[in-house]
Design a protein around this ligand. Structure first.
Ligand SMILES: Nc1nc2c(ncn2[C@@H]2O[C@H](COP(=O)(O)OP(=O)(O)OP(=O)(O)O)[C@@H](O)[C@H]2O)c(=O)[nH]1
Ligand SMILES: [Mg+2]
Length: 439
């Protein structure tokens, strides 16, 4: 089974329980750190209970019912923050965005407003959704747009499950995904990309789970997100809020799609005490990425390694510098210092140290090209268009979405081309025309 995951072990249990769980590392400093970060994602309720500021919504209420009726986790969430309806998006983005979704999305916005009132300062929003179905994609886009309208200055980071590149989701998944990407390119500042093929491979090969279920895949996603957000929750680390993270990791505004990796992952050997060297090496191992794209097929525009636990800055620096030397050809050279390292002294419970890599890599093109091609195969035959047209959509919206994605692909390709051919954009713009060869 996957290693302990903070998201399932920390609040909203009573603060005293957290303390007990952390007895092995319960120095006052660490506890101070933990309490300091609690109110970033949790409200403190009666009796010292911490309640996640999480709003769950689905047009098909059965998924929410199963969470809320779950004996272990159901009691964690506020019932009035769980919003389901008896409708369905029938796997259709247009229903989620135009017809069925908006009414529920407005109820979500009411709860967002209520929740926002208890915040001192709204830094931003995190959205978890899949983009291949109709609700997470269509209604997800609607909500994103409403958040932008109402909280224009706030940052939005999504954790988006892309359709698998290897197995077939729904036949409409390419349409739903490209229509969603159109919005994610324009209205969101950062997207953490996941896909179920990669998550399944990790579950099967590294965790040795024969037939992984969604809960197994979601645990890996949760583990990754706790790593990413550790820099917001604990002090003294770079990327200490969503805005700083975007500033450091997004060199060109539209190139904000991250592929992330984790270490440790798996149960084949004792993972609780991996050395910094092993963790660093695993983070850059293609088998540890949570999306089915090989980082060695592209270039890291930027990347950030977050170590947690008992890690000294000298060993972190030494290992990360080693990667920079070994894999220098995979790093975009026109952005100096594009691999950052930070250390958070608080490890997840029960483990000595962990690492998370957030990578802004042009390898994400693998996913985009695949989506663009499967979208175009359907669209050139106008296949399944009728089901979108009866919800009020027209072809133009599809053409705009695919051309936006294709433009993004071209932008990433240009970055790769310039690096591969050692072209310095400034020289080109100045009319120099000569390629600058950098060894
Ligand atoms: N990792 C992960 N993937 C999920 C989960 N739920 C759904 N998916 C994936 O997301 C895709 C779309 O899921 P749906 O449940 O159809 O999406 P939806 O957003 O609820 O949309 P509709 O059901 O069409 O209204 C599925 O094919 C799954 O591959 C989950 O809990 N975890
Ligand atoms: Mg659904």
């Amino acid at each position: 089974m996957p290693k302990p995951i903070e998201a399932t072990q920390t609040p909203p249990t009573a603060a005293s329980t957290i303390e007990a769980k952390l007895s092995s590392q319960s120095t006052n400093k660490i506890l101070d750190e933990l309490y300091r970060g609690l109110n970033i994602f949790y409200d403190e309720g009666a009796n010292g209970q911490y309640v996640p500021r999480t709003i769950m919504a689905d047009l098909d209420h059965s998924s929410l019912d199963s969470i809320m009726s779950n004996q272990e986790i159901g009691k964690w969430f506020r019932p009035d923050y769980s919003l389901g309806s008896t409708g369905s998006s029938g796997n259709n983005w247009a229903k989620g965005y135009y017809t069925e979704g908006p009414e529920l999305a407005e109820l979500v916005m009411d709860v967002v407003r209520k929740s926002a009132e208890s915040c001192d300062c709204i830094q931003g929003f995190q959205i978890f959704h899949s983009i291949g179905g109709g609700c997470g994609s269509g209604m997800g886009c609607f909500i994103t747009n409403r958040l932008q309208d109402e909280y224009g200055g706030a940052m939005i980071m999504t954790n988006s499950v892309f359709p698998s590149t290897k197995t077939v989701d729904s036949v409409l998944a390419p349409y739903n995904s490209v229509l969603t990407l159109h919005h994610l390119i324009e209205n969101v500042q950062m997207v953490n990309c996941f896909d179920n093929h990669a998550l399944n491979q990790i579950s099967q090969k590294l965790f040795r789970i024969e037939s992984p279920e969604m809960v197994d895949l979601n645990e890996i996603v949760a583990q990754s997100v706790t790593g990413i957000t550790s820099s917001f929750r604990f002090s003294g680390i770079i990327n200490s809020d969503l805005r700083k993270m975007a500033t450091n990791l997004v060199p060109f505004p539209r190139a904000h799609f991250f592929m992330n990796s984790l270490s440790p992952l798996g149960s084949s050997f004792d993972n609780s005490d991996l050395k910094v060297e092993q963790i660093t090496s695993q983070l850059f191992n293609p088998n540890h990425f949570l999306v089915d794209a090989n980082p060695k097929n592209g270039k890291y525009l930027t990347a950030s390694v977050i170590f947690r636990g008992d890690v000294s800055s000298s060993s972190a620096e030494e290992q990360v510098n080693g990667i920079l030397q070994r894999d220098s050809s995979y790093f975009y050279k026109s952005i100096p210092n594009n691999l950052q390292t930070s250390i958070c002294k608080v490890a997840p419970p029960g483990i000595k140290r962990t690492g998370t890599l957030i990578a802004n890599s042009t390898s994400i093109l693998t996913i985009f090209r695949q989506l663009s091609s499967s979208f175009s195969m359907l669209f050139k035959r106008k296949a399944f268009m009728k089901s979108f047209e009866i919800e009020g959509m027209d072809e133009l919206e599809f053409s705009e979405a695919i051309s936006n994605l294709n433009d993004l692909i071209a932008e990433y390709e240009l970055q790769e081309y310039e690096q591969d051919n050692h072209i310095n954009v400034d020289d080109e713009e100045l009319g120099g025309g000569e390629s600058e060869h950098v060894e």
